[in-house]
Structure formats: structure tokens, C-alpha cells
Design a protein around this ligand. Structure first.
Ligand SMILES: *[C@@H]1O[C@H](CO)[C@@H](O)[C@H](O)[C@H]1NC(C)=O
Ligand SMILES: *[C@@H]1O[C@H](CO)[C@@H](O)[C@H](O)[C@H]1NC(C)=O
Ligand SMILES: *[C@@H]1O[C@H](CO)[C@@H](O)[C@H](O)[C@H]1NC(C)=O
Ligand SMILES: *[C@@H]1O[C@H](CO)[C@@H](O)[C@H](O)[C@H]1NC(C)=O
Ligand SMILES: *[C@@H]1O[C@H](CO)[C@@H](O)[C@H](O)[C@H]1NC(C)=O
Ligand SMILES: *[C@@H]1O[C@H](CO)[C@@H](O)[C@H](O)[C@H]1NC(C)=O
Ligand SMILES: *[C@@H]1O[C@H](CO)[C@@H](O)[C@H](O)[C@H]1NC(C)=O
Ligand SMILES: *[C@@H]1O[C@H](CO)[C@@H](O)[C@H](O)[C@H]1NC(C)=O
Length: 432
């Protein structure tokens, strides 16, 4: 039969491994269990690849998988799978990613499958990761639950995973990761918690070498001390506006650091100056962010980092950027800086602009001066007016009683004017 071609036996260092590859054959579980299984001696198979078929469930009872170590069921239509017909399985690798799993049945993972080392559950529809789901997998080294609409991860879900080295929890809709979740993972080296709406970092295991927190709402990185961390990804961070590299001073082994596509990132600097920061850094990416200029305190780090990616930022090429051109960096850094403003340098490469043309425009500064002068004058005027009013108001109160006197004298005037009229009248009379 045609599928016999797909069976091959390998002998590596005397360990026999029999691989059956039936991927992307449009197989339904009935075809596999009823027809194909008859033709193959599945009993001998160690690696069974059923990826890209149309299985909607998988039950080991209908087959004999005594020697199976690796089962790839990715990209099927699985709603459930079970391992319940043998006392113990030798399964070490299970990939059920890209399926339709909504929950993990109690008969899927139990103490019979406790030899699993790698489990890929990514791209399913899991909504709960509870404390019993993987409790029996005590030697698990690799786990991915990424891209599931999980809204509930139990804080003790990983309590037995002391051997876990790689954990991918990206895009699991977690808005909070409890500290106790990652605390048992003392051997964890890789952690991806990207694209979760968290705004604080959870407790991080001390042996981490790679961490991805991209696409989270985290604002500041401070007080993290991960002595082994060498790769740190902080891309697509919507809330990060300013980065002070000194906050990374205790991550001394860092080799790769990226802040790509952080659309609000306008400030990137080292303050106070520290030329010994991140001594092992060899890759720094700031591409696609919102930086307009770079501070000269970055000089030492830019000079010794082999790859610095500064593309696609709205660079403003004025006198503040001259130092970069003067550096004559070996890493092509300045060649990647394409100016956005001012108008006369728009879309030019910084390195193609002679330093004498990188000017902080005089007119602009005199305009600032004029604005400042006007503002100062206005403030002065307001102050004087205020002082005048202050000086006047108590004075008014002071003379208020006198005003009564004024009225009196006014009355007097009135009287006198009456007198005057009278006088006039009498005068008139006298004239008559
Ligand atoms: C599992 O299968 C998916 C889909 O084929 C693949 O992308 C992924 O790398 C596999 N996981 C592992 C750990 O090999
Ligand atoms: C964990 O979830 C599974 C289904 O996904 C359920 O059968 C099991 O009872 C749950 N365990 C606990 C302790 O709630
Ligand atoms: C699994 O647990 C059951 C009881 O819960 C026990 O009887 C059985 O021996 C265990 N099997 C293995 C392989 O540990
Ligand atoms: C997150 O997962 C959902 C499916 O659960 C998917 O549609 C979406 O594209 C994923 N987002 C990212 C950033 O990978
Ligand atoms: C973390 O997960 C995201 C989303 O799945 C992915 O794009 C990114 O490459 C992962 N990070 C690493 C370091 O593998
Ligand atoms: C780095 O560690 C030192 C000593 O433990 C501490 O004083 C300092 O505040 C830490 N820096 C940061 C940015 O966390
Ligand atoms: C961070 O950004 C997200 C999405 O842009 C927003 O919903 C959230 O309110 C912001 N949080 C803070 C603290 O600014
Ligand atoms: C810049 O460096 C290159 C080699 O990296 C060298 O050939 C060139 O002369 C230098 N230019 C200046 C102006 O120092």
C-alpha cells in the first residue's frame, strides 16, 4: 500500500526508532484505526506523525502503541483525546497544538502519561488551566499553552513542574499572573508571557535566560535582578514612553535587548551616565518606535554593541545628532538613521548629511526667545497689576469710613449749593 513508503526505520547509536509519517493526508480517525492500522505494525512504532489530518478525537484503546515515544496530532480537529487503556505509557512528546480542545479530560493526562517531557497545547480553545490538569507530569520540560482564550489559571497549576525549562504562556488573556504560579519552576530558563493584558511583572524564576514580555501593559521595569538573563524582549509595549537603561543595571548578562514597535517610546537614555552598563550587550533594537533624538550619554553602549537597529523612528536631525555622525561607528548604526524632520533633511540618511548642516535653527531659538520674553512681560504685568490691587484694596477699606465723611461734605456741598441757589434766587430777587 501507498503509506508503506512513509514508514522508515532508523538506527542511531544502536537505538532503534521507527517513524511513521502520515501527515497531511486528510485522514479521519475511522480510516486510521480501521484501515491503516491493519497494514502497519503500530506496536513497533516510536514516532507517529498524524499532523494536519481530520481526527476529531483520539483514543489509544483502539490501537497498540507500546513503544510510542512521540505523537504529533497537531493541526487536527481534536475535541478530546485519551490515554486510558494501558497501565503506563512511554510517551515523551505530545503535540496537540492547533486543535479544538476546550478542556483537558481527566483521562487525558494522568499518572499513566507521567513520562511526558514535551507538551504543546497551543492554539486551542482552553479556558481553564486548573491545578489538576498537569499535576502528574512531574518531569515535564517543555510546555506551551500559548494562544488559548484562558481566563482562569489556577495559582498552583504548575506546582509539580520543577523540571520545566521552557514555558510559553503568550496570548492567554491573563490580566494578572499570581506570584505563586511561577515560584515552583526553579529550573525555568525560557518564559514567554507576551500579549497578555498584565500591568505588573509576576515573580520571575532566578535561572531565566530568555524573557518575552512584549505586548503587555507594563510601564516600568525596575528592581528586576536576573543574573542569568541574556535575551529580553519588550516589543509592542503600548504604554512605555521612556526607558532609562540604568533600570537594567542588575541584568548584567544581557546580550539581546529589544524595544521594537513601541509606539509611545520617545525617550531612551542612560542617566546618570554609566559607561559600564550592560557589558555583554551585542544586540539592541529600537526599530519602529517614536524616538526623535538620542542622548550623548548612550555613546559608550552604542560603540561597543555589535548590532544596533534604529530604523523607522521619526528622527529629528539637528545639532543634537552631530555626535552620532562623529562617532564613525563600526556597526553601520548611523547609516540606518533616516531623518523625518526638519523638512530639508526629510528622508535623508543621517550619515549623508554633513555635520555643519545639522543645525538647531536660529530662527526657531529666537522665536522661542520672543515667546519667552512675551510670557515674562505678561507675567510681570500681571504681577504688578496684582500688587497694585493688593495695595489698593486695604487702602480702600482704610478710607471707607472717610467716604462717609465725604458724603457728609457732599451734603454740605448740596446744602451750600442750595444756599447758592438761594443766594442766586435772592440775587435774582435783588436784581428784580
Ligand atoms: C507542534 O506543532 C505545531 C504545528 O505544526 C508546530 O508549529 C510546533 O512547533 C510544534 N511544537 C513543538 C514543540 O514541536
Ligand atoms: C480541572 O478541569 C477538568 C476539566 O478541564 C475537570 O475535569 C477537573 O475536575 C478540574 N479539577 C479541579 C480540581 O477542579
Ligand atoms: C496511578 O494511580 C493509581 C491510583 O490513583 C494507582 O493505582 C496506579 O498504580 C498508578 N499508576 C502509576 C503508573 O503510577
Ligand atoms: C491570540 O490568540 C487568538 C486566538 O485565541 C488569535 O486570534 C490572536 O491572533 C492571537 N494574538 C496574537 C498577538 O498572537
Ligand atoms: C513569544 O510569543 C509571541 C507570540 O506568540 C511570539 O511572537 C514571540 O516570538 C515569542 N517570543 C520568543 C522569544 O520566542
Ligand atoms: C541593583 O542592585 C543593587 C544592589 O542590590 C541595588 O542597590 C540597586 O537598587 C539595584 N538596581 C535596580 C535598578 O534595581
Ligand atoms: C496601557 O495601554 C492600554 C492599551 O493601549 C490601555 O488600555 C491602558 O489603560 C494603559 N494603561 C496605563 C496604565 O496607561
Ligand atoms: C571611519 O571608519 C572607517 C573604518 O571603519 C575608516 O575607514 C574611516 O577612515 C573612518 N572615518 C573617519 C572620518 O574617521
Amino acid at each position: 500500500m501507498w503509506f508503506n513508503f512513509l514508514v522508515f526505520v532508523m538506527c542511531i547509536f544502536g537505538v532503534q526508532s521507527t517513524v511513521v509519517d502520515l501527515s497531511h493526508r486528510g485522514l479521519k480517525k475511522e480510516t486510521f484505526f480501521v484501515n491503516i492500522q491493519q497494514q502497519l505494525n503500530l506496536h513497533e512504532v516510536t514516532d507517529l506523525i498524524l499532523k494536519g489530518n481530520q481526527f476529531d478525537s483520539f483514543l489509544d484503546c483502539s490501537t497498540n502503541l507500546d513503544h510510542l515515544k512521540s505523537l504529533d496530532l497537531a493541526e487536527n480537529h481534536l475535541q478530546r483525546f485519551f490515554f486510558l487503556c494501558k497501565e503506563e505509557y512511554n510517551l515523551e512528546y505530545l503535540n496537540v497544538s492547533h486543535n479544538h480542545l476546550e478542556y483537558i479530560d481527566d483521562f487525558a493526562f494522568n499518572n499513566r502519561t507521567s513520562k511526558l517531557k514535551l507538551l504543546d497545547l497551543s492554539w486551542n480553545k482552553l479556558s481553564v488551566i486548573n491545578e489538576t490538569m498537569i499535576e502528574h507530569m512531574k518531569i515535564l520540560e517543555y510546555l506551551s499553552i500559548a494562544h488559548n482564550p484562558v481566563d482562569n489559571i489556577h495559582e498552583n497549576a504548575f506546582i509539580n513542574q520543577q523540571h520545566l525549562v521552557h514555558l510559553d504562556m503568550s496570548n492567554v488573556s491573563a490580566s494578572f499572573i499570581p506570584n505563586s504560579l511561577l515560584r515552583p519552576l526553579t529550573k525555568l530558563s525560557f518564559l514567554n508571557i507576551s500579549f497578555n493584558p498584565i500591568d505588573t511583572l509576576p515573580f520571575l524564576p532566578a535561572l531565566l535566560t530568555e524573557l518575552d514580555i512584549s505586548g503587555t501593559n507594563i510601564l516600568f521595569i525596575s528592581e528586576i535582578s536576573l543574573p542569568h538573563l541574556s535575551r529580553f524582549h519588550l516589543n509592542h509595549m503600548p504604554n512605555v514612553t521612556k526607558v532609562v537603561l540604568n533600570d537594567f543595571e542588575n541584568i548584567t548578562m544581557l546580550e539581546v535587548l529589544s524595544f521594537e514597535n513601541c509606539k509611545m517610546l520617545t525617550g531612551f537614555r542612560i542617566w546618570p551616565p554609566n559607561s559600564r552598563l550592560l557589558p555583554h550587550l551585542r544586540y539592541l533594537s529600537l526599530k519602529g518606535s517614536a524616538l526623535e533624538t538620542l542622548d550623548e550619554n548612550l555613546r559608550p553602549i552604542l560603540q561597543r554593541t555589535a548590532v544596533v537597529d534604529l530604523q523607522n523612528n521619526p528622527w529629528h536631525c539637528d545639532c543634537r545628532m552631530q555626535w552620532i555622525n562623529r562617532l564613525n561607528l563600526s556597526n553601520d548604526l548611523s547609516r540606518e538613521i533616516r531623518c523625518k524632520t526638519p523638512e530639508e533633511h526629510a528622508s535623508k540618511l543621517l550619515s549623508a548629511i554633513p555635520n555643519r548642516e545639522l543645525i538647531c535653527v536660529e530662527i526657531l531659538s529666537s522665536a522661542y526667545l520672543a515667546i519667552w520674553a512675551s510670557i515674562s512681560i505678561i507675567i510681570l504685568a500681571l504681577t504688578l497689576a496684582g500688587m497694585y490691587l493688593l495695595w489698593r484694596s486695604p487702602l480702600r477699606q482704610w478710607i471707607l469710613p472717610k467716604r462717609g465723611g465725604d458724603t457728609v461734605s457732599y451734603k454740605n456741598v448740596k446744602e451750600s449749593s442750595n444756599d447758592l441757589i438761594r443766594i442766586l434766587v435772592t440775587d435774582d430777587h435783588t436784581e428784580d
